[in-house]
Design a protein around this ligand. Structure first.
Ligand SMILES: [Zn+2]
Ligand SMILES: [Zn+2]
Length: 177
């Protein structure tokens, strides 16, 4: 959702807490598109610090469905995010020595905070290196595509590709003639 925070911008030391929620239904990144289940709305506190900085704080939860690395089955991956950010109120060009986040991508010139963008960044930095539906996921048979968590296949018994096996049958028949 978009949150107009112009009132906090213009009043020194003003602090507001707003209940916000995530609108985005999908997480789109270079790695693909993943469905999102937004958690409960959460409290976001926006504080104006001496007219110099904005401090954003809040925490919440969101679940992203990511395919298992081995069997590709969708896994609900929970993300708990804790936001603690400081954004300079000065123009980007003016601030250099400040330790605040440079050019906050989630606040536009109209002083509207993009909650989805803020959370998007949180998901991105916490993206898991590995996603497994269960620690001992058996994966997919590379030969026939069977999900080995749900069923077994005969592929492991022979080294031959099924198509090759078929070919061999034909070849043997041919020899017998
Ligand atoms: Zn799996
Ligand atoms: Zn198989």
């Amino acid at each position: 959702m978009k949150l107009d925070i112009s009132d906090v911008y213009s009043l020194d030391n003003k602090e507001v807490t707003r209940k916000v929620h995530i609108d985005m239904a999908e997480f789109q990144s270079r790695q693909g598109t993943f469905p999102i289940q937004a958690g409960e709305p959460f409290n976001l506190t926006i504080a104006n610090e001496e007219g110099k900085r904005l401090r954003l704080s809040g925490e919440g939860d969101v679940t992203v469905q990511i395919p298992c690395d081995r069997c590709l089955q969708e896994v609900d991956v929970p993300f708990h995010f804790e936001i603690e950010k400081t954004v300079s109120l000065a123009d980007v060009s003016e601030e250099t020595e400040d330790d605040s986040d440079e050019a906050a991508s989630y606040i536009d010139e109209e002083r509207v905070l993009d909650v989805d963008r803020l959370i998007f960044n949180e998901i991105l930095v916490n993206w898991p290196a590995k996603v497994l539906c269960r620690p001992d996921c058996k994966g997919i048979c590379p030969k026939c595509g069977t999900n080995l968590n749900l069923a077994t296949c005969d592929c492991e018994q022979g080294e031959l590709d099924p198509r090759m096996a078929q070919f061999q049958d034909v070849f043997n028949k041919f020899k017998e003639v």
